[in-house]
Write a protein that binds this ligand. Sequence first.
Ligand SMILES: NC(=O)c1ccc[n+]([C@@H]2O[C@H](COP(=O)([O-])OP(=O)(O)OC[C@H]3O[C@@H](n4cnc5c(N)ncnc54)[C@H](OP(=O)(O)O)[C@@H]3O)[C@@H](O)[C@H]2O)c1
Length: 294
Amino acid sequence: MNILITGANGQLGNEMRIIAKESTDKYIFTDVNQVEGVETTYLDITDMDAIRKMVADNNVNAIVNCAGYTNVDGAETNEALAEKLNADASENLAKAMKEVGGLLIHISTDYVFGGNSYNTPCKEDQKGTPTGVYGLSKLHGEERIIATGCNHVIIRTAWLYSEFGKNFCKTMMNLTATKPQLKVVFDQVGTPTYALDLAKAIEVILEKFDGSQTGIYHFSNEGVCSWYDFTKMIAEYNGTTSCDIQPCHSNEFPSPVTRPSYSVLDKTKIKETFGIKVPYWTDSLKTCISNLKK
Ligand SMILES: NC(=O)c1ccc[n+]([C@@H]2O[C@H](COP(=O)([O-])OP(=O)(O)OC[C@H]3O[C@@H](n4cnc5c(N)ncnc54)[C@H](OP(=O)(O)O)[C@@H]3O)[C@@H](O)[C@H]2O)c1
């Protein structure tokens, strides 16, 4: 297969680079963001003509869209840009795959939920109730992809972290190492996702997709925790246990967006459809921190 990766210099995109090293498929890594020493072809996914040309020149038959507007708070004041990247551009990629009969694997988010209160894991067909601009723009992206009629696998994931870029795990490794005390919210519950585990799941989907599995799927690591629990384990695996970490309520950290208080994703569908095995969140966290320390 000839696989186009967009947003290749982000967290997930970089993990796809690791997966590609062991693959016999041809991967083309693209982004608007150039990183010194990392081979990246320029592709702006808001540019439909450029996407069509990239697909034709490389005979692309699958796109993995790792690009997006991912600043949840920033989206509240940059609605047009969030919509352009997360909805319009996602539709561009879907149209390009529809035109050549290819597959679009697109990444969405648990932030499409949150407006309703519930305490059981969210299933794929649960109604989207986003609480902010980011979640709404991602929900629009899903709808626009589906409307093109292309072969698609939309993967909603949550609390993504990796060795690459900025993320909660790296921030907390630093804060627990440098601060004597830290307060972290315990009233938002979900599941972290190691981006390398998601990249491995994407590799399985690329191998097994046969046209019949088009749809929305959920993927995170296994288990459930709060941001407070997540931080406690980060400190433990990082060896920064001298920091006094205390639980607090979300209202102690005012933010422009109300985060979902419970956004655990039910992963039964992706496991049953593609035979994907999902690691437990603390096992993956341990692996990521150990990789970061190498
Ligand atoms: N991070 C999370 O916790 C989380 C949770 C759930 C779902 N997701 C979803 O997972 C996906 C991957 O997230 P991530 O954390 O890996 O993202 P990320 O690290 O923010 O990477 C996104 C990449 O896309 C690039 N990009 C921005 N505008 C572009 C454009 N017009 N054309 C092409 N590339 C463009 C970015 O470049 P710049 O850096 O220059 O902008 C960046 O390199 C996203 O769809 C996100 O919504 C993320």
